[in-house]
Design a protein around this ligand. Structure first.
Ligand code: ADP
Ligand code: MG
Ligand code: MG
Length: 211
């Protein structure tokens, strides 16, 4: 089962890399408004390295696939978001481990581990205008949908929608963390790049599970 899930994780990381590549320019421009403009290139370097590392680790079980991807991502991406994505994927890997069977609770635990790792490392509060503002509604919606009887695919899709909506809503916020903070005035009216990239990625991952 861990092997099968490892195959899924590798495919999901391919989807992540494809989505990031598709939106690289847009993410860079968004980060240039109040940041340093490198969110597109950083995310692309990280996601490309992660999907290559995952492909190489295919067949070794989901924990190792995600750990290799995490290490590659933080190493190649640089920047704040690279470190956060690396930590999040490491936490997801360790949460899943290499078990014989997986159930609904494992998926919810994995999502929550991913989100908690970002909060633990970045120390952002909700409303600070970071990717946390998309991650929290994602985890909340995923858990809620699953406990209401949704399939994994349905829960991922609903969570992705919630993350995208929340990411768009960060436009009205004033940044309290990261590079955008000193340029808060410029940031108002534009969404947070890391929240937006997470919403797009969540949508891409949900689509890989569609029949
Ligand atoms: P850098 O800011 O180092 O250039 P990126 O441009 O790749 O890195 O990523 C910027 C994004 O990282 C922000 O839009 C925000 O979503 C996220 N971010 C920055 N600081 C934090 C933090 N402390 N906690 C959570 N997310 C953060
Ligand atoms: Mg940047
Ligand atoms: Mg930077």
């Amino acid at each position: 089962e861990a092997i099968r899930l490892g195959e899924y994780a590798a495919s999901a990381l391919d989807a992540v890399a494809a989505v990031v590549a598709e939106h690289e320019t847009f993410l860079g421009k968004l980060d240039a408004i109040a940041g340093d403009g490198d969110h597109g290139i950083g995310m692309r370097r990280g996601a490309d390295a992660a999907s290559a590392a995952a492909a190489e680790a295919r067949g070794t079980g989901v924990r190792n696939v995600l750990l290799q991807a995490a290490e590659a991502w933080s190493e190649k991406a640089g920047g704040t978001s690279g470190a956060l994505w690396g930590a999040a994927l490491t936490a997801a890997a360790n949460s899943l481990g290499n078990r014989g069977t997986y159930g609904d609770q494992d998926a919810a635990d994995c999502v929550n581990a991913f989100v908690s790792a970002v909060i633990e490392l970045g120390k952002a509060d909700p409303g600070d205008k970071t990717m946390v503002d998309a991650l929290l509604p994602y985890a909340e919606t995923f858990t809620h949908e699953q406990s209401g009887g949704a399939t994994l695919s349905q829960a991922l899709a609903a969570a992705a929608k919630a993350a995208k909506r929340a990411a768009d809503s960060t436009a009205e916020l004033s940044p309290k963390k990261g590079r955008a903070r000193p340029l808060a005035e410029k940031s108002i009216g534009h969404p947070d790049p890391g929240a937006i990239s997470f919403g797009l990625i969540a949508e891409g991952v949900a689509n890989t599970l569609e029949p």
